[in-house]
Design a protein around this ligand. Structure first.
Ligand code: ZN
Length: 287
């Protein structure tokens, strides 16, 4: 059964490790992530962007697929299904479809409006036993066509949103979605430190986990980051493994064109990436 991300993230924050959110795009992605979590005995958050939800024909399909896998695969680790960067309307749809967690990205609204909408969602999620992630200060890079510039959040605004009773808080600390540019300035640990000082036990979320050097990841976890989002890295592993299979001409040998064979190296590559991240984040063995 799907669970809210609340308990796993509070444990992570207290235990100084982070739980990975791995974004899914299809059945292979989901299966790879769940197999990795079970193998590592790690809690896991499956992330779904609005674009990925649409690609999979809608949130109800996603919920049906994930619930089906939980029933068939019987993982022993906690699994949350989370909407990534949801609009207000997207959040409402996922609540109805049966997600166990949502992120409301109100970072593009003026802070007052972000607060008002977040407040409303806090009460709905509390009633349903769901976890809610809020965002302050947009994350740089591109996410489903929304482009930000590597912004840094205002710690006081973070405190205002945290006090509304959200489960976890995403704050811009110079992180970027997608591949990091050569001239990237790095994470702002001063900002992260200031945010954690004001928000206390609140699990903090680091978006754009792909390409952040390992020492920075570890430092961020020490400074209160308890959830790290990984998306691009799994896409790159999947693409590279699939390319290798096709370039080696394996799809032309025997039944190599069978989708279950053609997609297998990509699936294995995603699984390996997820396992590597779980070990780096320290969540392996924590479930
Ligand atoms: Zn993000």
């Amino acid at each position: 059964m799907l669970v809210s991300a609340k308990e796993m993230l509070q444990k992570a924050k207290a235990g100084h490790y982070a739980v990975g959110q791995f974004n899914i795009n299809n059945l292979e992605w989901t299966k790879a992530a769940l197999l990795a979590a079970e193998e590592c005995k790690s809690p896991i958050i499956l992330g779904v962007s609005e674009g990925a939800g649409k690609y999979m024909t809608g949130y109800k399909t996603v919920v049906g697929m994930v619930n089906g896998m939980l029933e068939e695969m019987k993982p022993t680790v906690p699994v949350a299904l989370h909407l990534d960067h949801g609009s207000y309307e997207g959040c409402m749809k996922c609540i109805e479809a049966g997600f166990s967690s949502i992120m409301f990205d109100g970072s593009h609204y003026p802070i007052e409006e972000n607060i008002a909408k977040t407040k409303e969602l806090v009460s709905i999620c509390a009633e349903k036993g769901m976890s809610l992630e809020a965002e302050v200060g947009s994350i740089g890079g591109e996410e489903d066509g929304v482009i930000g510039a590597g912004e840094v959040a205002d710690p006081k605004e973070c405190k205002a949103i945290a006090d509304l009773g959200v489960t976890m808080l995403a704050a811009g600390i110079g992180n970027i979605h997608g591949k990091y540019p050569e001239n990237w300035a790095g994470l702002s640990f001063e900002t992260l430190d200031a945010i954690q000082a004001l928000t206390g036990d609140m699990p903090l979320v680091l978006h754009g986990g792909t390409g952040i050097p390992e020492d920075m990841i570890k430092k961020a976890i020490n400074l209160g980051v308890a959830k790290i989002n990984v998306n691009t890295e799994c896409q790159l592993s999947f693409a590279a493994a699939t390319r290798e299979y096709v370039e080696a001409g394996k799809d032309l040998q025997g039944k190599g064109f069978d989708p279950r064979k053609l997609l297998m190296p990509g699936q294995e590559a995603i699984k390996a990436t997820v396992i590597e991240k779980m070990k780096l984040f320290g969540s392996a063995g924590k479930a």
